[in-house]
Write a protein of this length. Structure first.
Length: 290
């Protein structure tokens, strides 16, 4: 586990942190009020699965969620990325908070105004209780890191990106499906053990784009593990019609920047669909405004 600011120091020559303890809370706000009105917020001991096809905004959403939790509510958040290293993840995050195109940040090709904008953005988040872990893929190691996080901060949120790249050494002699099934089951048990919300991203089958007709994913489209539908407390699909060239909805409204969050399963609440806004140039998800 690495403190975000420690990583930021290596990336941008910054350092230090200042964490504050939280008061007791029940369900946590996600920072997306329209989504919380459907899900009821992030519940302790719950397992939430965010499922989607590539390019739908997976990392944008979980990083935006982590930023909301830490910046708006000072909630300690442990973020596992199995796809990216520290620098890649940090660049994505500072692009989001500074609202500067990721390619410009990676190239360092910033004008004076953008450099100031970057400085202001980093200044807002450098003391956030956000921790990145990019070196673990094995379930047992991830679980132990979560237990240590719980011991240190008592409250908080766990985010894991993503399920399909995790391993469970104890089950590797079985089929890959059986191994992923065991990962899902044990993540739910972990959420109950540490009494923190656990959010994990997951892939959706290619059937969504090859079957024709409806492009929105359904529960039957979950990829790699049949246990996701059974065990997860909340399952949310992200669907961007604009990505598929659908520029208007049936009512004639523009779908530009629209990310539809389909709450397909909610063990303790309602199911519905919520529109949020996807800012692709700097990888941020925010509230939708007409």
């Amino acid at each position: 586990m690495k403190n975000f600011k420690d990583i930021l120091k290596a990336t941008l020559s910054a350092s230090g942190t200042n964490l504050k303890r939280l008061d007791k809370f029940s369900n946590l706000p996600s920072g997306f009020p329209s989504l919380d009105r459907v899900t009821g917020g992030l519940e302790k001991s719950s397992l939430t699965v965010i499922a989607l096809r590539p390019s739908m905004g997976k990392t944008a959403f979980v990083l935006s969620l982590a930023n909301n939790l830490t910046m708006k509510f000072n909630i300690p958040t442990l973020f596992f990325s199995i796809e990216m290293n520290d620098v890649q993840l940090t660049n994505r995050y500072i692009s989001l908070v500074s609202k500067i195109d990721l390619l410009k940040i990676k190239s360092g090709n910033l004008d004076d105004d953008e450099k100031q904008q970057l400085k202001v953005g980093i200044g807002k988040v450098k003391n956030n209780p956000l921790f990145f872990q990019t070196e673990l893929v094995e379930l047992s190691a991830i679980a132990n890191e979560c237990r240590e996080f719980k011991k240190q901060y008592n409250e908080g949120v766990i985010i894991i990106d993503n399920l399909q790249q995790m391993n469970n050494a104890a089950k590797q002699h079985y089929s890959r499906k059986h191994e992923l099934d065991s990962v899902v089951r044990e993540l739910k048990l972990l959420a109950k053990e540490i009494e923190l919300p656990v959010i994990i991203t997951s892939s959706v089958n290619r059937n969504v784009v090859t079957r024709g007709g409806m492009l929105r994913p359904f529960l039957c489209d979950l990829y790699g593990s049949s246990e996701i539908e059974n065990i997860a407390d909340v399952i949310i699909f992200i669907y961007r019609p604009e990505f598929y060239g659908i520029m208007e909805d049936p009512e004639g409204n523009s779908t530009a920047q629209r990310a539809s969050f389909v709450v397909a399963k909610n063990r303790h609440g309602s199911i519905n669909e919520v529109n949020l806004c996807f800012k692709a140039e700097y990888g941020k998800i925010c509230e939708w405004t007409l």
